[in-house]
Design a protein around this ligand. Structure first.
Ligand code: HSE
Length: 311
């Protein structure tokens, strides 16, 4: 067994507008890094966290990375082993980019690799979902599954868990803009109505099916016209400054789609080429600046690989 490993896991865009809790994809950047080392005593400890401005717990029972690694060790019958973890946050927390998922997935991928991969990446998903439960109260998989598997993912069912990897047009770019306002997933989930009208459900599942068909057919127009959310976006978008103006700017500049990334406040667009993607990112940022709000922007293609060993 190796003595140490350094791993990267990517940020993810969950929901993909119409697929609340059932669709997500990974991006190339940003992402988090974990360095994991063997230690002599059994148990998992967090020795260092950087980039979190002191917001994440060092207590191994409360930190999503150590807690999910501990679950994994219990499952594979190796609680005799000990590991120390350094977590380097390279992405904003509470951004809607799957920040806790990227950290948890990096930790699970690292420990699984150190043990010569007793579990497949698909089999790691339930352990990563435990981390989500700790972070935001529910174990949804639409961030952790794409972070672990890469690419575009459908959670066809939660019970039993049934995850499907979807094809997608490889030429598609994604521009994500994170406005510097805090929207914790736990709070953003509590805002959503728990009952919906049948006619709204019909509209929504038509769009989800349209998006999945568009991905299979690599029909970017169908993808764009299916990315509409009448259930969740109308409620959550209220928390995002300049949301409708940013939509108009993006769509006028040629975006395929516009919507909230995960539970927000990040917004994202699919765009047909890098140049337009960068222009759209900068238009959204300019608009946020005019409202007195700083932001970060990321432009990338969809990440096919998921987590990777750095050295
Ligand atoms: N599906 C989850 C939600 C994703 O929208 O609450 C959170 O990133």
């Amino acid at each position: 067994m190796k003595d140490s490993i350094k791993v990267f896991a990517p940020a993810t865009v969950a929901n993909v507008v119409c697929g609340f809790d059932v669709l997500g994809f990974a991006v190339d950047a940003p992402g988090d890094e974990v360095i994991m080392r063997r230690r002599d005593q059994p148990g998992v400890v967090i020795t260092k966290i950087t980039g979190d401005e002191g917001r994440l717990p060092l207590d191994p029972a409360k930190n999503t990375v150590s807690a999910s690694v501990q679950h994994f060790l219990h499952h594979v019958g190796r609680e005799d082993l000990g590991f120390e973890i350094e977590l380097h946050k390279k992405m904003p927390i509470g951004s809607g980019l799957g920040s806790s998922s990227a950290s948890t997935v990096a930790g699970l991928f690292a420990v699984n690799k150190m043990l010569d991969s007793p579990l497949s990446q698909m089999d790691l998903v339930p352990f990563a979902m435990k981390g989500e439960e700790l972070a935001c109260g529910t174990g949804h998989a639409d961030n952790v599954a794409p972070a672990l598997l890469g690419g575009f993912v459908l959670i066809r069912s939660y019970d039993p868990l049934d995850i499907v990897r979807l094809p997608y047009p490889e030429s598609l770019y994604c521009t994500v803009v994170f406005p510097h306002v805090d929207v914790p997933t736990r709070d953003a989930r509590q805002m959503i109505r728990t009952k919906v009208m049948l006619k709204d459900a019909v509209t929504q599942w038509g769009n989800v099916a349209g998006l999945v068909s568009g991905l299979f057919l690599k029909d970017i127009d169908l993808i764009g016209r299916s990315m509409k959310d009448i259930l969740v976006e109308p409620v959550r978008s209220i928390l995002i400054p300049g949301f409708e103006d940013m939509r108009a700017l993006a769509m006028d500049a040629g975006a395929v789609s516009f919507g909230i990334s995960g539970s927000g406040p990040s917004v994202f667009s699919f765009v047909r080429d890098r140049e337009t993607a960068e222009k759209i990112a900068s238009l959204k940022q300019q608009h946020l600046r005019s409202l007195g709000i700083d932001s970060l922007a990321y432009v990338s293609t969809i990440n096919a690989e998921g987590p990777r060993v750095l050295d």
